[in-house]
Design a protein around this ligand. Structure first.
Ligand SMILES: [Zn+2]
Length: 381
């Protein structure tokens, strides 16, 4: 889910929205102001329905945000880096950059979201009851009850034990704690997710046949999303399992040919590109320390006439933008972070020196070798 607009930071966490939020906002706004409210509270002015529907929709999104913020803050507290929160078509996503180190942390991060939604549901119920007790009635109370209901539904739906829903994560954490095998736990939770997603799609289809309308379509969409996400998670877990025990140092191309940064692009092409079969070269300074990475794609972008004037350093991808790792790092961790400006190449550094480079070809080869290592098992990339 990509953020279309960045809203800013809340409690130090980056918050953005994807344009698809407009779809769900419109659905809720129209559903409330033209559907639910006129039914539960007849004889109000049209503008009153619109205001109540709009406010309730806004507070609903704030509730979603609170749910995701809870995941993000608890994750941070447990040493997991958080990239940010994005609100979109199916609610919110808190993007976490690391995996929980132990089942306890996994459980806390997952459970706090539904807990916050439950708490909000209870709070809105109490507010509705309180408002009624002091004689307030009408649309305001109707909106509070709807907010109570929707937060309770959100908590309940998220607690279904099927990945990628929070309940699936809770299931994973509990199985992980019980059997001590994270991969197996993740695969079980993902398979539950695929089944649950399929069930939603089937129910949506049945609903669509019996009662044509948005409801059935919505179920099918959510079901399809859950199925896809669960399948991706299962693949990821299997991959980690396949690559278990393989380190970056085992698959990297060791001692790559390095290029001095002060060289001109012309000399680079003449003395390095034609002589070696590589398509990327680490760039170094006078002392041999790495300063960047130059790839064939970057050389191609330099106009012919400028090749004698520009230095390699000037066209190289600067070191701070090159993914770096150490030979000791597990390969499965590295795979998650690859890609970007360097055509999928990663520099392997040890004590400030380049000791290797990992290319997409190295990765493909290592996956094939890993498959050979375990007859009968496939990595499903
Ligand atoms: Zn959640």
């Amino acid at each position: 889910v990509k953020e279309t607009i960045r809203l800013g930071h809340v409690a130090g966490i980056r918050v953005g929205v994807n344009w698809t939020v407009l779809v769900i906002f419109t659905l809720i706004f129209v559903g409330l102001s033209a559907g639910r409210f006129p039914l539960t509270h007849p004889d109000e002015e049209p503008w009153a329905y619109a205001v109540a529907g709009g406010l309730a929709a806004v507070v609903f999104f704030l509730s979603l945000l609170a749910h995701e913020l809870a995941h993000a803050l608890v994750a941070q507290r447990n040493g997991i880096r958080v990239e940010g929160i994005t609100l979109w078509l199916f609610g919110g996503v808190a993007k976490l950059l690391d995996e929980a180190k132990d089942p306890g942390a996994d459980l806390r991060v997952a459970a706090v979201g539904p807990l916050v939604s439950l708490g909000l549901g209870a709070t809105f119920s109490l507010l509705a009851l309180g408002a009624t007790a002091i004689g307030v009635e009408g649309l305001a109370v109707g909106a509070l009850w709807w907010l109570a209901l929707i937060n309770a539904v959100l908590a309940a739906f998220n607690l279904v034990p099927a990945a990628p829903l929070d309940g699936g994560r809770i299931l994973r954490a509990l199985l992980w704690r019980r059997h001590g095998d994270r991969t197996r736990a993740a695969v079980t939770a993902s398979r539950a997710g695929r089944s649950f997603g399929l069930m939603l799609v089937a129910s949506g289809l049945a609903l669509l046949v019996m009662l044509p309308g948005l409801g059935g379509l919505w179920f099918m969409l959510i079901g399809w999303f859950i199925m896809t996400a669960a399948a991706a998670e299962e693949q990821h877990a299997q991959l980690q399992h396949t690559l278990d025990g393989i380190r970056v140092g085992d698959v990297m191309s060791a001692d790559p040919v390095t290029v001095p940064g002060r060289l001109s692009v012309d000399d680079l092409v003449a003395s390095y590109v034609w002589r070696h079969r590589f398509s990327s070269f680490p760039v170094t300074d006078e002392t041999g320390r790495p300063t960047g990475l130059v790839t064939l794609n970057r050389i191609k972008e330099v106009p012919f006439g400028q090749r004698s004037e520009l230095s390699v350093q000037a066209i190289a991808c600067p070191l701070e933008d090159v993914p770096q790792t150490s030979p000791e790092r597990p390969l499965s961790e590295l795979l998650l972070e690859m890609g970007g400006a360097t055509d999928g190449r990663v520099l392997v550094l040890e004590a400030g020196r380049v000791v290797g480079i990992v290319s997409p070809t190295d990765i493909t080869r290592s996956l094939e070798l890993a498959d050979l290592r375990r007859p009968g098992e496939r990595s499903h990339l």
